[in-house]
Design a protein around this ligand. Structure first.
Ligand SMILES: Nc1ncnc2c1ncn2[C@@H]1O[C@H](COP(=O)(O)OP(=O)(O)OP(=O)(O)O)[C@@H](O)[C@H]1O
Ligand SMILES: [Mg+2]
Length: 396
């Protein structure tokens, strides 16, 4: 029986059932929270960090834990994030035990929270009082008060109930909170034994520096876990199974391996390409079973990249001429040897201009480092952008 819906999803975190592998990573997030420890989860964009966090949260909640998961990028100010911590703590706790709002307020009394129920759904929101004595440090002070409140709340729970705070895109919080946010966060949470903290971030260099550089306050506060690509064999098996289950013919491994290599094994891009191949097969004549071939995968990639043309054109036009030349060199050389004098000469630039262009491209999340075997290779965050440059600009 053919499946009617496309089994490949890209964008948005996956549910525990759709996730390929990541067993160890998910287990580490869970044990961090169960044991009241601290973990930094660091990985390139679109490798599946949020999916791991969500899967861990689902598993923990299924066994009775209280887990708050916030994306720091979603909040324009630290105060709003603090209000969210307090309101979600209240909602999660009320779901577990019959407890009055005023009792919950006591854990966070330093914030003078005011709870309000609004809308048809009677959604709980919180506004925090203003501690004018704290001056310009107020937002970060509110954050550390909220974390202390959470620890108090956790200590009031039975031992069998883990409490965890997961902050996704953690670097955004440090950015919002300003210079002393890192030191303040460290000084409060290093005392906490009951709440488990998981901080995830995608700007690899920034997150690595934050946790591995001994001049930075968060140095060795907890464990670091780097999120790498999915094991190729597992991902291949998953793709193959889904295509076959939908009634399509996959004559050999070649087209599946091609999907993975054209998407440079970036899970998001793999899923997008597989999704579009699936749609293509679906649209083919019904007289005989549709077949997944290498030619079809290549044609679909081309169409996928064409579809993203407005986006890529905009990104390209925002770059300086030096950055554009540098990207062309990255495409030509597969990201290898980018700091050499020879590379710089080939695009008529100085080594230092190439280096500063690379830094700029890195900061804009266009390129990332891929350290392997002692050398660092530059890769595109979005491998389809590299393909677009190959087709549109470099002319091959
Ligand atoms: N374990 C996995 N198995 C299969 N597909 C995955 C997996 N992890 C991620 N993906 C694919 O990558 C997409 C992005 O995943 P997710 O949002 O979890 O990544 P992320 O690292 O948090 O990304 P971002 O840097 O954009 O926040 C998913 O929608 C899915 O298509
Ligand atoms: Mg994410």
């Amino acid at each position: 029986m053919e499946t009617q819906h496309n089994p490949f999803r890209f964008g948005g975190d996956l549910g525990a059932a759709e996730i390929v592998d990541r067993v160890e990573e998910t287990a580490q997030v869970e044990s961090t929270i169960r044991n009241g420890e601290k973990l930094f989860l660091i990985g390139p964009r679109r490798f599946g960090k949020t999916s791991i966090l969500r899967a861990a949260q689902e598993n923990l909640e299924a066994s009775g834990a209280i887990v708050l998961r916030l994306n720091a990028e979603a909040y324009p100010s630290v105060e709003m994030l603090v209000e969210k911590i307090v309101s979600s703590a209240a909602v999660r706790l009320k779901g577990k035990v019959e407890i009055g709002i005023d009792q919950i307020g006591k854990f966070f009394s330093r914030l003078k929270p005011e709870f309000k129920l609004s809308g048809v759904e009677q959604e709980l929101s919180v506004s925090i009082g203003i501690d004018t004595a704290a001056g310009s440090n107020r937002p970060v002070k509110a954050l550390t008060d909220a974390l202390d409140g959470l620890e108090k709340l956790a200590l009031a729970q039975p031992n069998s109930r883990p409490v965890g705070l997961i902050v996704d895109e953690f670097q955004a919080l440090v950015h919002l909170g300003g210079e002393n946010a890192e030191a303040q966060i460290r000084s409060v949470i290093q005392e906490h034994r009951r709440v488990g903290y998981v901080f995830a971030g995608s700007q690899t260099r920034l997150m690595t520096d934050m946790t591995m550089n001994h001049d930075r306050p968060l140095y060795r506060l907890g464990s670091n876990r780097f999120i790498g690509p999915l094991p190729a064999a597992d991902f291949e098996a998953h793709l193959l199974r889904q295509f076959k289950r939908s009634g399509f013919v996959v004559p050999n491994e070649e087209p599946i391996q091609l999907i993975l290599s054209l998407a440079e094994h970036v899970p998001y891009n793999v899923q997008m390409l597989a999704h579009n191949c699936w749609e293509q097969l679906r649209g083919q004549s019904r007289s005989k079973p549709a077949k997944l071939t290498a030619n079809l995968v290549e044609a679909v990639l081309r169409r996928t990249v064409d579809g993203l043309d407005p986006l890529f054109t905009q990104t390209w036009n925002r770059l300086t001429a030096v950055q554009q030349k540098t990207l062309i060199a990255v495409v030509r050389q597969g990201g290898v040897g980018m700091s050499s004098a020879e590379t710089a000469r080939s695009i008529r630039l100085s080594v230092s201009s190439v280096q500063s262009a690379l830094r700029g491209l890195h900061d804009q999340s266009i390129l990332r480092d891929d350290p392997a075997g002692g050398t660092v290779r530059m890769r595109f965050d979005d491998p389809f952008f590299a393909e677009w440059i190959r087709i549109t600009v470099a002319g091959y």
